[in-house]
Design a protein around this ligand. Structure first.
Ligand code: PHE
Length: 340
């Protein structure tokens, strides 16, 4: 018996020494002290031991169990400490390490200018209305006093989608949609994408426009110029001025083209304004009586003005961008420059 217990202790020690981690140690422990373990088996064999020897036998087995338990506990503590140390060193945070910077996006210059335009005109009481990009021929042309055979249709190279539908060539289509549904006073902005079959350094087949429309009693061209002056001063520089030149659009009468004094040379004349001191920024005019009639608004009672500007064009002037393509190429080196 003495020898047996000694052998079991040695065996357990040898196996426990081989356990690389607490999990392996636990398995060894179970092999000796578990329900099917060797020590437990000894206890189970007690029945075969002569009655007078049983107390001594039992005592021996219990001592054996205690010895092994103590040994396993000591080893387990050592392994657990080692494991904890390894875990802690693996999870260490070096607070002195430089952080990983996340590249932050910025608003696209077209979006910035669009937002700025909305801010400027919202300050004068305008509301925003957005019409569809796929329009009917009626809203884009006919209702705007440009019937099918009208030569002014050639002013804009249109992408037709069959007989009736087209990609809108101008946000002016939004004027009709608003006037059909709302009676004066009307003061709206209509921003959005427009499409024309046009492609060079200053034209792109898709660009953005901002339309403005005011209809009420006693609206005059002076109201238009006053608002555009305010727009030019806020968008370009406090000393910016505007001038109106006669022009032609079928849906306005009279029609004007609006120039802003060149912010780059202050009106003296430079390469940007081609020596004239002025830069053309938008088309505008008094809403044609026919257009008001088409929308069921009495032209003897109400008058209005409308204007339409290219957002890319304003962005190019404001930021000194010389090629419209830069605005659609999405080169981050370009876009990064428009940070607040
Ligand atoms: N729709 C015209 C264009 O795209 C601009 C415009 C708008 C002119 C409103 C007059 C009034 O060229």
């Amino acid at each position: 018996m003495e020898q047996d217990t000694q052998k079991i202790v040695e065996e357990a020690e040898a196996e426990a020494a081989k356990a690389a981690d607490s999990r392996a140690l636990y398995e060894v422990k179970m092999k000796f002290l578990g329900r099917a373990g060797k020590v437990t088996a000894l206890l189970k064999g007690m029945r075969e031991v002569a009655a007078e020897l049983r107390p001594a036998f039992g005592k021996k087995v219990n001592e054996l169990r205690e010895t092994l338990e103590a040994k396993f506990a000591a080893l387990e503590e050592k392994l657990k400490k080692k494991e904890m140390a390894a875990k802690l060193s693996g999870e260490q945070i070096d607070v002195t390490m430089p952080g990983r910077r996340r590249a932050q996006g910025t608003l696209h210059p077209v979006t910035r200018v669009k937002n700025e335009l909305i801010d400027i005109f919202a300050g004068m009481g305008f509301e925003v209305f957005e019409g569809p990009e796929i329009e009917t021929d009626y809203y884009n042309f006919t209702a705007l006093n440009t019937p099918a055979d009208h030569p002014a249709r050639d002013m804009q190279d249109t992408f037709y989608l069959g007989e009736k539908f087209l990609l809108r060539t101008q946000t002016s289509a939004g004027q009709i949609r608003v006037m059909e549904n709302k009676k004066p006073p009307i003061k709206i902005l209509c921003p959005g994408k427009v499409f024309r079959s046009d492609d060079d350094a200053t034209h792109s087949p898709m660009f953005h426009q901002m339309e403005g429309l005011v209809v009420d009693k006693h609206i005059t061209l002076c109201d238009l110029q006053g608002m555009l002056d305010e727009f030019a001063r806020t968008m370009f520089s406090q000393s910016s001025k505007t001038r109106l030149r006669p022009s032609y659009f079928p849906f306005t009468e009279p029609s004007v083209e609006v120039d802003v004094s060149c912010a780059s040379c202050g009106g003296k004349g430079c390469s940007l304004c081609k020596g004239t001191g002025w830069i053309e920024v938008l088309g505008a005019g008094m809403v044609n009586r026919r257009v008001l009639e088409n929308c069921g608004i009495d032209p003897d009672k109400y008058t209005g003005f409308a204007f339409g500007m290219g957002i890319e064009r304003i962005a190019m002037l404001k930021y000194g961008i010389n090629n419209i393509k830069l605005l659609t190429e999405n080169d981050v080196r370009f876009l990064e420059q428009f940070k607040d």
